[in-house]
Design a protein around this ligand. Sequence first.
Ligand SMILES: NC(=O)c1ccc[n+]([C@@H]2O[C@H](COP(=O)([O-])OP(=O)(O)OC[C@H]3O[C@@H](n4cnc5c(N)ncnc54)[C@H](OP(=O)(O)O)[C@@H]3O)[C@@H](O)[C@H]2O)c1
Length: 252
Amino acid sequence: MGGSVEGSVGLDLKQSGILVIGGSGGIGSALVDRLCEARATRIVVTSLRPSAAGAHRPGVMVESVDVAELASVRSLAERLKGLDISVVINCAGVNGNRRLRAGDALEIARREMDVNVFGLMNVAAVFAPLLAGRGGGTFMTVLSFLSHVNLPLMASYCASKAAAHSLTQALRAEWRHHGVKVCGVYPTAVDTTMSSDLQGPKQSPADLAANMVAALAGGDEELFPGDAAAAHAEWMRNPKEMERAMAAAVQG
Ligand SMILES: NC(=O)c1ccc[n+]([C@@H]2O[C@H](COP(=O)([O-])OP(=O)(O)OC[C@H]3O[C@@H](n4cnc5c(N)ncnc54)[C@H](OP(=O)(O)O)[C@@H]3O)[C@@H](O)[C@H]2O)c1
């Protein structure tokens, strides 16, 4: 995807209150930069650590939240009361990069599930009703191409992203009729610290951010940005072949 940000159909970014959860991360901060370029003026950015989100962008409000804790998400919503948030973009996530044979695989998997799966449920439980209550809005989550096929080098991360993808489908079913557009983003590797151990081509965070902003403005429900479009088509053509290709990295 690409094209003009301004003048797109659907969402008027300049008029919207936009919450970027995980906005201190590689993808989140590129997204905030792109939203600023698109002249969005009411942006709230959150990180897990209170000082991580960077106050370097004028007009961007900085908050902290732990998505794994429902009380923390509720408290964030309370602090944002009156801002008329109409777009919630969840870029928060963790990847322990563990295969199932690792000694600490269970502990790592629990944290990935807490943030990537229960974190999504917590954010949706608090913000989807608020979006519906104001007459509608957009709820976007950064999932992964690996929501569709497991890369055993990061097995439990992929499982968490598959679960989050499934929840995203259910959220769409629950909230569509209340005016909430639920959107999933499915990138392949993106060049951030999260993927620093991974070899091979990576999409730049700036490029992904441009794709996401275009998808927001255009109202897409699913976005396969950059190389993810071809990877998804390939997976649809022969899922078993792709499963075998992913498995090859841990065989022997
Ligand atoms: N990088 C890739 O190759 C890639 C590919 C596909 C999908 N994704 C997904 O894209 C999203 C963003 O990834 P990224 O590459 O930007 O990773 P990143 O640079 O590591 O950023 C992760 C973000 O999540 C926040 N976070 C972590 N745990 C949190 C929690 N419990 N509560 C609230 N915020 C929390 C971090 O806050 P702090 O800064 O305070 O720690 C940071 O803002 C993730 O969901 C990831 O799974 C990434």
